[in-house]
Design a protein around this ligand. Structure first.
Ligand code: KG4
Ligand code: ZN
Length: 348
């Protein structure tokens, strides 16, 4: 089956063509147009995002089809939740119109389920069962993936998402948006020692048990406040000097928390594979720390390349293929939703 994937949930307009049969898939094309304009405002402006998608959607899809060497597709898969509703609606409306005009089916895809599939596009062994850690600007989810379509949600953030924490800390440190890559770069300058700065690991207590509600959950807003207090303490003149050490201390605390919670999930569910996804999975220090803890236990850690870690339509086409092969179709009344649970959630 040849699937056209479309993704417009946030600030990337993306289209991809994927040919596949079960886990045997070939990515024929992938086009990602990032909306640079939001950098000017220090965050995604929803109304501007919708308008930019509207301008970009036709040429982006045309480019993806041309790169794939042909327009004939058997189905269209489109992100319809979660995300910015106005942005999602551009992709959903386009996908429905395109599918209707071509006489092919359309299927709506949950954006976070797409992230679960992204790594498998590059690493054929990154298939279930595995423990997944999805860390993006909007979400932080720890999921036990028993099989494609069978997901046990173990933990999530109680406040800020991991990427959001990176972005807010970057702002406090006077770094540009989106902040993740800048914080990572500056934290590396901070060296192995974060000096006088050490922030408490949020939601991490030694005596936690799986019955505790915070065994898997994370929380990053306290960490952000700790950074704010450190920045205030240091004061304007010395911030240049201490910025790398503060960035390093923040990143260390966040990474140690995520690694520890992931290890707990691996142990409890006896998994031998960990799959990372979302923009924060671009963070090399996070991936290295995961491997340091898990590889000695015989657990493989898979991380997608930056192109597939961040928002892209290839992962949407891949998740869509899974649902299409199960015979699922959406109607032409398919709608966009800001929030919606991942389909296939089983009780924890
Ligand atoms: O998955 P994504 O592209 O979009 C969402 O669905 O949110 O993730 C974007 C997030 C941003 O918060 C960005 O700062 C973060 O991923 N990010 C990083 C890195 N690269 C991107 N965070 C930490 N380290 C990085 N190298
Ligand atoms: Zn995403």
């Amino acid at each position: 089956m040849r699937v056209l994937g479309i993704e417009t949930s946030c600030d990337e307009t993306s289209a991809a063509v994927l040919r596949g049969d079960g886990n045997d898939v070939t990515l024929e094309s992938l086009v990602i147009l990032s909306q640079d304009i939001h950098r000017v405002f220090g965050g995604v402006v929803p109304e501007i995002a919708s308008r930019a998608h509207l301008t970009a959607i036709v040429p982006v899809v045309e480019r993806a089809l041309a790169d794939a060497g042909g327009e004939a597709v058997d189905a269209v898969a489109v992100t319809n939740a979660p995300g910015l509703v106005g942005a999602l609606l551009v992709g959903v409306s386009f996908a429905k119109a395109y599918a209707f005009a071509r006489g092919v089916p359309v299927v709506g895809v949950h954006h976070m389920e797409g992230h679960l599939f992204a790594t498998a596009l590059e690493h054929p062994e990154a298939v279930p069962p595995f423990t997944a850690l999805l860390v993006s600007g909007g979400h932080t989810l720890l999921i036990d993936v028993e099989a494609w379509g069978r997901y046990r949600l173990l933990g999530r953030t109680r406040d800020d998402a991991a990427g959001e924490a990176f972005d807010k800390v970057a702002k406090l440190l006077g770094l540009p948006y989106p902040g993740g890559p800048h914080v990572e770069r500056i934290a590396a300058v901070g060296g192995a020692d974060s000096g006088e700065f050490r922030f408490a690991r949020p939601m991490l207590r030694r005596n936690q048990t799986p019955e505790d509600s915070d065994f898997y959950d994370v929380s990053f807003s306290g960490l952000k406040t700790a950074v704010l207090n450190a920045v205030r303490r240091v004061g304007g003149a010395d911030i240049e000097r201490d910025r790398p050490a503060i960035a390093r201390a923040f990143q260390d605390a966040l990474i140690e928390t995520l690694v520890e919670k992931t290890v707990r999930a691996v142990v409890q569910h006896r998994r031998s594979r960990v799959v990372l996804g979302g923009g924060v999975a671009c963070n090399a220090a996070l991936v290295a720390a995961m491997r340091d803890r898990l590889v000695p236990r015989g657990v493989e850690v898979f991380a997608p390349s930056p192109r597939l870690a961040t928002d892209n339509a290839a992962m949407i086409a891949r998740a869509g293929l899974f649902h299409l092969e199960r015979g699922e179709r959406s109607g032409l009344d398919l709608n966009a939703f800001a929030a919606q649970p991942i389909p296939g959630l089983v009780a924890a």
